[in-house]
Design a protein around this ligand. Sequence first.
Ligand SMILES: [Zn+2]
Length: 167
Amino acid sequence: MHPDLTNYLTNRFPDIFATIKCFPCGDGWFYIIHDLCDCIESHERALKLTYDRRKKSLEGSDARPDPLPCPVEASDVKEKWGSLCFYTSGGTNYIDGAIDLAERLSERICERCGSAAKTRPDRSWVATLCDQCNESEEEGERRNELLIANIKSEYLENSNETATNKE
Ligand SMILES: [Zn+2]
């Protein structure tokens, strides 16, 4: 994955990516990884809120709320046989389900450009690509550059703006 996109993800989700700082997979899966981490983060926030409320309601009694699950930390995020592999420690059944869905979706999303795609087992190395990226290296390059520019304008430039506004 492009270093700028990788940096964005590791900075945006520092707890999930506390130890891994690179993703050996295509830029086309940026949105899948981003949205998966967003789901994990929201879910963990909701669990914490429930835990805090329960703890407060039990004040003065000997009872304790059920402990929070270990936070999710990614141990490896990569492409394998045309599919995203998102290995983690910690989490819940909900998070395992979200990861399963993200990995399955990656088999339908072009690694290079993020368009609808399919896994191509007939290539010299298996990859999930749209027709255009599969047929022409040059076209794949063009579409990949366009995707990176779109992600940068949607996420990276906005995040810089937010940082500037806060100053
Ligand atoms: Zn493509």
